[in-house]
Design a protein around this ligand. Structure first.
Ligand SMILES: NC(=O)c1ccc[n+]([C@@H]2O[C@H](COP(=O)([O-])OP(=O)(O)OC[C@H]3O[C@@H](n4cnc5c(N)ncnc54)[C@H](O)[C@@H]3O)[C@@H](O)[C@H]2O)c1
Length: 395
């Protein structure tokens, strides 16, 4: 192993995604020069990863405050629910840690601004964990986009059909606008499919560390589950001179993993990050193909990347600024697009399915259209101006 400074890391929120991260990275941490110095969770003993952490001698703490009483960490990875991101990120930075905060940044734009302000005051690095922004193949693709290899962007589109059942929606903060008086704004676009919106903005940023800014959008939001937010979203966003079509549903019968297609003047690019296909290909109109390599394989690259930032070897690549177009979009649609209630039926897996909805989204995606261009069944789209959008604290 190359001699490198050991980076100490504390992880908060180990029961859900935190356990997944640790399952795939515990055996890699040493090679990355990262030492796990604490696991924080009020329910640590129930976390699937706890036996492995216990076997490694990682100490547990009920809260981040308790950890920082007698401990320090170079990096704090936050996998806690959205409503705690602001509080936990600020606490960690004020205690001297750089922060890798799971996506989304937080629930609202003012919270994100507060976090960025504390990062500046404390001189700490505050990274947002949208993993696609740390994947080498995605970064190489972005370099080529910025260098004009493909010409101007024309239309980007993404569709995800991920059935989610009643167990998913039974989780305490899932699909809530607020929880215990704190904003959450959790939804399919804020949480499970957030990556596929963020990556469209990220790839159109004018520098490696920035994202394109949305100008306006039109869209529909629907719900068939008994929830406060929405379980289907279809948004056509205008940004950086291109059309970005984002579609995602949890009320579908068949799992269809994220599809991402980017059309430029000179090429069409497909990003696949599933178990079956893990690759980025650019096909130029003259038939030439450029392959960029795997995506999913490098999902946890965010940990060594942020550790290299601690070592002064790399610059932050996904900051609050980079991730803000996603949060701005979520805040704006949550406030300005009415949610259409759709009739759904529970299938044998306890997934509420809206008949014909998945087929409509798939047909729209294939044709480069939006659902309202094919049918009026899901209502007419609402237009939202985003250039001067600010969050209004009145939900
Ligand atoms: N990058 C990804 O692909 C990805 C995937 C899933 C979730 N996430 C993000 O991870 C975050 C957590 O989501 P989740 O699905 O794991 O949620 P979850 O509710 O399943 O798990 C959250 C964990 O945090 C713990 N927790 C609650 N309050 C805490 C506190 N004050 N201090 C420490 N721990 C606390 C809970 O006990 C639980 O173990 C969210 O921001 C979510 O968007 C990211």
């Amino acid at each position: 192993m190359i001699d490198m400074k050991e980076v100490t890391m504390v992880i908060a929120g180990i029961g859900g995604y935190g356990s997944t991260v640790l399952k795939f990275t515990l055996d890699k941490l040493e090679g990355w020069g990262v030492k796990l110095v604490g696991a924080v969770d009020p329910a640590w003993e129930k976390a699937p990863c706890w036996p492995a952490l216990e076997a490694m001698g990682v100490p547990h703490f009920d809260s981040l405050e308790e950890f920082y009483k007698d401990h320090k960490a170079d990096l704090a990875m936050l996998c806690t629910p959205i409503q705690f991101h602001e509080e936990h990120a600020i606490l960690a930075m004020r205690n001297g840690s750089d922060v890798l905060c799971e996506k989304p940044i937080a629930a609202t734009l003012p919270q994100a601004e507060h976090m960025a302000q504390v990062a500046q005051e404390t001189g700490r690095n505050l990274h947002i964990g949208f993993q696609l922004s740390y994947v080498p193949s995605v970064l190489e693709l972005k370099r080529d986009i910025m260098a004009g290899v493909f010409g101007a962007p024309i239309a980007f589109k993404t569709l995800t059909c991920w059935p989610r059942n009643s167990d998913y929606y039974a989780r305490p903060w899932c699909a809530r606008l607020k929880k215990n008086g704190q904003y959450v704004l959790d939804s399919i676009a804020m949480n499970a499919c957030a990556h596929y919106m963020h990556v469209l903005y990220f790839l159109l940023g004018s520098t490696m560390e920035t994202s394109a800014q949305p100008e306006w959008l039109e869209g529909i939001l629907c719900r068939a589950n008994d929830i406060e937010t929405f379980d289907t979203a279809a948004l056509r966003i205008r940004a950086a001179g291109a059309e970005l079509d984002f579609m995602a549903t949890h009320t579908c019968h068949e799992k269809v993993d994220p599809q991402i297609v980017l059309t430029f003047e000179k090429a069409v690019i497909k990003i696949a990050e599933t178990r079956e296909e893990d690759a980025i290909h650019a096909v130029f109109h003259d038939g030439t193909v450029k392959n960029y390599g795997a995506v999913r394989t490098d999902f946890y690259n965010k940990i060594p990347y942020c550790s290299d930032v601690v070592r002064g070897l790399k610059k932050p690549i996904c900051t609050v600024e980079t991730a803000t177009p996603h949060l701005k979009t979520i805040n704006a649609i949550t406030q300005h697009i009415p949610v259409v209630n759709l009739p759904g039926c529970k299938n044998e897996n306890q997934v509420t399915v809206v008949e014909g909805l998945q087929e409509c989204l798939q047909e729209a995606f294939a044709a480069g259209k939006m659902p309202w261009e094919l049918t009026d069944r899901f209502g007419a789209p609402t237009r939202v101006e985003l250039k001067n959008y600010t969050w209004e604290d009145k939900l």
